[in-house]
Design a protein around this ligand. Structure first.
Ligand code: PLP
Length: 394
């Protein structure tokens, strides 16, 4: 029988745990979204988001998950037949590209090993070749949630500049924003895409895009049809409504207001340091399990291992989904699975959002028990190695 006593540990890399403070903030009566009271809340939220995005440029919101914000970026920036260059990072970059294809764009992939970060020199070389500036945009995922590899957005920007290429730079920060460093303006990002359910610790269902002046100018020329997603409408330049389409999900804003307070009370740098500490503890555990030909960290570049999710590759012949089923059924701990071609090959430990040391250590101990129960070879003492790191080095 499934074990459902005690707290369920939800250790997927998103959605993440919603803190009680946010749940309580959302437990409040509806208010008129046209009222001055609500406008003050929403203004506070968009200003707070600008501080998290590290931008002074507009941020637009939708009642949609990240897939909606992805689509908004595509339909606002491009016309049929436009060419975009997708930096291959994994399942999520692939899916953004598939959507671009569905809208009639020419999608070119900057091929890359899913276990490694994008090489900015290769991006620069490809853009230098594009003398006619056919490539209208580079689409990149900052933190590839399917692989646990973080990609070098700042140096990719430098590569675009070094090639003197005018392509727009669109970045998915869905599993990085508010968890590790991202700087929209300093890094010259034209479009930043994020969802509510990861670093922002909210329920799933709202997403945002930060848009640069260059992106807004591109929007004025782009011919793909759009209504709900239309940035000009959201910016208040077309229908005069401004900032939201349709009924505003006020409860999300109550939650967002509280989430922003929590992030800023802790201090963004401290939030980043906490994520790094918990990620490194997780990696120490996995490196210990790696002994005896056990599982290993999927990301092979230590400098690019994600601070929000660790993807753990199973030894050949062992099924990651079986291990996940044991963790869930026996111990009530939910781990992320492998996506696309990685299904069954790896499991993912999410360590982002509202999380602390005991939660991570409990989850690591659970994985260790599940490895034993599934008969997967591994080195003993991973949880101890994580605890030692937290006590002595973090
Ligand atoms: N991009 C990344 C990097 C993601 O991790 C996800 C979801 O996990 C998505 C896009 C899709 O976002 P959503 O599930 O909110 O539509």
């Amino acid at each position: 029988m499934a074990n459902t006593s005690g707290r369920h540990f939800f250790m997927n890399p998103g959605p993440t745990n919603i803190p009680d403070r946010i749940l309580r903030a959302m437990n409040r009566a509806t208010m008129d979204f046209n009222s001055a009271e609500f406008k003050a809340i929403s203004d506070e939220c968009f200003a707070g988001l600008q501080r998290i995005f590290k931008t002074t440029q507009p941020i637009l919101g939708y009642a949609a998950t990240g897939h909606g914000a992805w689509e908004a970026a595509l339909v606002n920036l491009f016309s049929p037949g436009d060419r975009v260059l997708v930096a291959e990072t994994g399942y999520f970059s692939m899916n953004w590209g598939l959507r671009a294809e569905a809208f009639g764009l020419k999608v070119e992939t900057l091929e890359n090993d899913w276990r490694r970060p994008i090489d900015p020199a290769r991006l620069e070389a490809r853009l230098r070749e594009d003398k006619g500036h056919e490539i209208k945009a580079v689409l990149a995922v900052h933190n590839e949630t399917s692989t646990g590899v973080a990609h070098p957005i700042a140096t990719m920007r430098q590569a675009i500049d070094a090639a003197r290429h005018p392509a727009l730079f669109c970045v998915d920060t869905i599993s990085s924003l508010g968890s590790f460093d991202f700087r929209m303006d300093e890094w010259g990002v034209d479009v930043t895409v994020v969802g509510s359910q990861k670093g922002l610790m909210l329920p799933t269902g709202m997403s945002f895009t930060g848009v640069s002046a260059k992106a807004i100018a591109a929007c004025a020329l782009a011919k793909l049809p759009r209504v709900y997603w239309d940035w000009q409408r959201l910016l208040g330049q077309a229908a005069g409504q401004g900032y939201w389409n349709g009924t505003v999900p006020v409860h999300f804003f109550y939650g967002l207001q509280e989430a922003l307070k929590m992030l800023e009370e802790e201090g963004l740098d401290n939030v980043f340091a906490r994520h790094h500490r918990l990620a490194e503890a997780t990696r120490r555990a996995v490196r210990t399990w790696r002994q005896n030909d056990g599982p290993e960290v999927f990301s092979t570049d230590p400098g690019a291992q994600s601070d929000t999710v660790t993807a753990v590759l199973m030894p050949e012949g062992f099924d990651a989904d079986k291990l996940r089923a044991i963790a869930l059924d026996r111990f009530n701990v939910s781990l992320g699975g492998g996506l696309g071609p990685l299904r069954g090959r790896l499991f993912r430990i999410g360590h982002l959002g509202d999380l602390n040391e005991p939660t991570v250590l409990g989850s690591l101990a659970t994985v260790e028990m599940a490895l034993d129960l599934a008969g997967v070879p591994h080195g003993k003492g991973g949880t101890q190695a994580a605890a030692d790191y937290l006590v002595n080095e973090a």
